[in-house]
Design a protein. Structure first.
Length: 99
């Protein structure tokens, strides 16, 4: 009963929830990297912002535009996931299809 009735109807909602959680995970990972609690072996947008702040001293020199490229990258990625979630919700949700 679960495999043939409930699971196919819930798969679209689970997919949309996964997209939203993925965007939230990107924001959490970037914020943890920015405050210095993430792994430092690789490269991420939050780690780029951390290194700009600490190594280059952009915040002490009041050079605010150093943070713009990684910030725009984070905003664009999470914003694109949100827009994709809204679009897929309009496709999958039968109540929104009627409008």
């Amino acid at each position: 009963m679960i495999a043939f009735e409930i699971a196919p109807n819930m798969s679209s909602y689970l997919f949309l929830t996964y997209i939203l959680l993925f965007g939230g995970a990107i924001l959490i990972a970037a914020s943890l990297d920015f405050i210095g609690l993430g792994p430092t072996g690789g490269m991420s947008l939050g780690l780029m912002m951390f290194r700009i702040r600490d190594l280059w001293g952009c915040s002490a020199a009041r050079i605010w535009w150093c943070f713009v490229p990684p910030g725009i990258g984070i905003i664009a990625t999470v914003g694109a996931l949100y827009v994709m979630n809204v679009g897929l919700d309009e496709i999958f949700n039968p109540k929104l299809r009627e409008i």
